[in-house]
Design a protein around this ligand. Structure first.
Ligand SMILES: [Zn+2]
Ligand SMILES: [Zn+2]
Length: 119
Protein backbone atom coordinates (compact mmCIF):
# COMPACT_ATOMS: atom_id res chain seq x y z
CA UNK A 1 0.00 0.00 0.00
CA UNK A 2 2.92 2.28 0.60
CA UNK A 3 3.87 1.88 -3.02
CA UNK A 4 3.31 5.34 -4.51
CA UNK A 5 3.08 3.95 -8.02
CA UNK A 6 0.22 1.71 -6.99
CA UNK A 7 -1.35 4.56 -5.09
CA UNK A 8 -1.45 6.77 -8.18
CA UNK A 9 -2.68 3.89 -10.29
CA UNK A 10 -5.53 3.03 -7.96
CA UNK A 11 -6.39 6.64 -7.47
CA UNK A 12 -6.64 7.39 -11.17
CA UNK A 13 -8.77 4.29 -11.66
CA UNK A 14 -11.05 5.09 -8.72
CA UNK A 15 -9.97 2.00 -6.89
CA UNK A 16 -9.52 2.00 -3.13
CA UNK A 17 -5.86 2.77 -2.45
CA UNK A 18 -5.95 0.81 0.76
CA UNK A 19 -7.24 -2.58 -0.20
CA UNK A 20 -6.77 -2.11 -3.95
CA UNK A 21 -9.86 -4.18 -4.62
CA UNK A 22 -13.03 -2.22 -4.09
CA UNK A 23 -14.25 0.77 -6.03
CA UNK A 24 -13.40 3.95 -4.14
CA UNK A 25 -16.18 6.15 -2.84
CA UNK A 26 -16.93 9.30 -4.77
CA UNK A 27 -14.40 12.06 -4.03
CA UNK A 28 -12.40 9.67 -1.88
CA UNK A 29 -9.43 7.42 -2.36
CA UNK A 30 -10.89 4.68 -0.17
CA UNK A 31 -13.79 2.29 -0.41
CA UNK A 32 -16.51 2.42 2.19
CA UNK A 33 -15.14 -0.45 4.27
CA UNK A 34 -11.66 1.06 4.32
CA UNK A 35 -13.07 4.48 5.13
CA UNK A 36 -14.78 3.05 8.20
CA UNK A 37 -11.64 1.16 9.13
CA UNK A 38 -9.39 4.17 8.78
CA UNK A 39 -11.81 6.27 10.77
CA UNK A 40 -11.73 3.72 13.57
CA UNK A 41 -7.97 3.65 13.41
CA UNK A 42 -7.84 7.43 13.65
CA UNK A 43 -10.12 7.31 16.64
CA UNK A 44 -7.96 4.66 18.33
CA UNK A 45 -4.89 6.71 17.53
CA UNK A 46 -6.38 9.83 19.08
CA UNK A 47 -7.45 7.91 22.14
CA UNK A 48 -3.97 6.52 22.57
CA UNK A 49 -2.53 9.94 21.94
CA UNK A 50 -4.77 11.43 24.60
CA UNK A 51 -3.66 8.86 27.15
CA UNK A 52 -0.04 9.52 26.29
CA UNK A 53 -0.59 13.21 26.71
CA UNK A 54 -2.20 12.68 30.08
CA UNK A 55 0.77 10.60 31.15
CA UNK A 56 3.13 13.32 29.90
CA UNK A 57 1.23 15.90 31.90
CA UNK A 58 1.45 13.72 34.96
CA UNK A 59 5.21 13.40 34.58
CA UNK A 60 5.57 17.09 33.87
CA UNK A 61 3.65 18.14 36.96
CA UNK A 62 5.67 15.69 39.03
CA UNK A 63 8.88 17.14 37.62
CA UNK A 64 7.61 20.61 38.37
CA UNK A 65 6.86 19.59 41.93
CA UNK A 66 10.35 18.20 42.47
CA UNK A 67 12.00 21.12 40.78
CA UNK A 68 10.14 23.65 42.90
CA UNK A 69 10.86 21.66 46.03
CA UNK A 70 14.54 21.63 45.24
CA UNK A 71 14.48 25.37 44.67
CA UNK A 72 12.64 25.90 47.94
CA UNK A 73 9.64 27.37 46.17
CA UNK A 74 5.96 26.78 46.80
CA UNK A 75 4.71 23.79 44.78
CA UNK A 76 1.33 25.41 44.30
CA UNK A 77 2.04 28.93 43.05
CA UNK A 78 5.69 28.31 42.17
CA UNK A 79 6.60 31.88 43.07
CA UNK A 80 7.00 32.32 46.79
CA UNK A 81 9.72 30.85 48.95
CA UNK A 82 8.76 28.22 51.49
CA UNK A 83 9.89 27.96 55.08
CA UNK A 84 10.78 25.04 57.33
CA UNK A 85 11.01 22.54 54.50
CA UNK A 86 7.29 22.83 53.73
CA UNK A 87 5.86 22.32 50.25
CA UNK A 88 3.51 25.31 50.29
CA UNK A 89 4.15 28.97 50.97
CA UNK A 90 2.26 30.84 53.71
CA UNK A 91 -0.25 32.20 51.26
CA UNK A 92 -1.06 28.86 49.61
CA UNK A 93 -1.02 27.05 52.93
CA UNK A 94 -3.71 29.35 54.31
CA UNK A 95 -5.69 28.86 51.13
CA UNK A 96 -5.30 25.08 51.28
CA UNK A 97 -6.22 25.01 54.95
CA UNK A 98 -9.30 27.05 54.29
CA UNK A 99 -10.36 24.71 51.50
CA UNK A 100 -9.76 21.70 53.66
CA UNK A 101 -11.75 23.23 56.49
CA UNK A 102 -14.64 23.95 54.15
CA UNK A 103 -14.51 20.37 53.00
CA UNK A 104 -14.38 19.14 56.58
CA UNK A 105 -17.37 21.25 57.61
CA UNK A 106 -19.37 20.10 54.62
CA UNK A 107 -18.55 16.57 55.54
CA UNK A 108 -19.63 17.12 59.13
CA UNK A 109 -22.94 18.58 58.04
CA UNK A 110 -23.47 15.82 55.53
CA UNK A 111 -22.80 12.95 57.91
CA UNK A 112 -24.49 14.20 61.05
CA UNK A 113 -28.16 13.99 61.79
CA UNK A 114 -30.06 17.19 62.20
CA UNK A 115 -30.93 16.33 65.81
CA UNK A 116 -27.27 15.76 66.64
CA UNK A 117 -26.39 19.30 65.77
CA UNK A 118 -27.49 21.25 68.79
CA UNK A 119 -26.95 24.93 69.10
ZN1 LIG B 1 -10.79 -0.56 0.48
ZN1 LIG C 1 2.34 29.44 47.06
Amino acid sequence: MCDTKNYEFYKSHHICVRCGQEIAEKNHTLCLVCMIKSREEARAYHKKHKEEKREQNRIRSRNRYHKLRNLGLCTSCGKRQVKNNKVLCEHCRIKANYKQRQKYLLNVYATRNICEIRV
